[in-house]
Design a protein around this ligand. Structure first.
Ligand SMILES: Cc1cc2nc3c(=O)[nH]c(=O)nc-3n(C[C@H](O)[C@H](O)[C@H](O)COP(=O)(O)O)c2cc1C
Length: 192
């Protein structure tokens, strides 16, 4: 898969296949985050990857899925993520303006994962205090967000956004539909 194909084909997925993700692939995904651009090259981000089944079971209730259609977008029983990568900020290195770094690192991970046939969902709506406790995250590390991962168990397609169709939806076959603004609406050449 070339890079553009990965970018265009990646969609947020919230139903996963139970097949486990090999450790080596999780390491490859985290390595894609490690090499992401970083403002002033300060590299404040660190990661906790979770693949242990018992820990995953405790993590799952801390996550809020597809708020706009909740609870329809929740992973069904047996279709939960098979791994997570939690993104932490070392606040001793940087206490603010780390969000650009986090966005670049997380998108790198999502694309590296998709290149391996692994789908993902980036979640910011998470119960941070509970996850901090569960994962033993120290006070010097701020939990930013998580990338939930797993082999895809649903299909998601891009739709043309219109006045009537702005929000994503899921149909009865669990196919997800994501409206996106058209290119001519958002791209201006040489002058706005
Ligand atoms: C910063 C950020 C936070 C997000 N938080 C959540 C979340 O908490 N729960 C969730 O189910 N999806 C979350 N998403 C996924 C978005 O809903 C999804 O990216 C959007 O609907 C577009 O779909 P696409 O990723 O397939 O293009 C988040 C995405 C971003 C960029």
């Amino acid at each position: 898969m070339d890079v553009y194909e990965a970018i265009v084909g990646r969609r947020t997925i919230r139903q996963f296949d139970p097949k486990p993700i090999p450790r080596g692939i999780l390491e490859k995904i985290a390595n894609a985050a490690r090499l992401a651009p970083s403002a002033a090259n300060l590299q404040p981000l660190e990661y906790v990857a979770v693949d242990d089944a018992a820990i995953r079971t405790k993590i799952f209730p801390c996550l809020k899925w597809a708020a706009a259609i909740s609870p329809l977008g929740n992973p069904r029983p047996g279709h939960e993520p098979t791994a997570y990568v939690f993104v932490l900020v070392n606040t001793l290195v940087r206490d603010k303006m780390y969000e650009y770094d986090a966005g670049a690192a997380i998108e790198n991970m999502a694309l590296a994962a998709w290149g391996e046939g692994i789908a993902s969902c980036w979640l910011v709506s998470i119960d941070k205090p509970r996850i901090v406790e569960l994962l033993g995250i120290p006070e010097t590390r701020r939990l930013d967000s998580v990338l939930a991962l797993g082999y895809p168990g649903q299909v998601s397609v891009v739709e043309t956004m219109s006045e009537e169709r702005k929000k994503y939806w899921q149909d009865s076959d669990l196919m997800f539909h994501v409206p996106k603004r058209g290119l001519t609406e958002i791209l201006h050449f040489n002058k706005f």
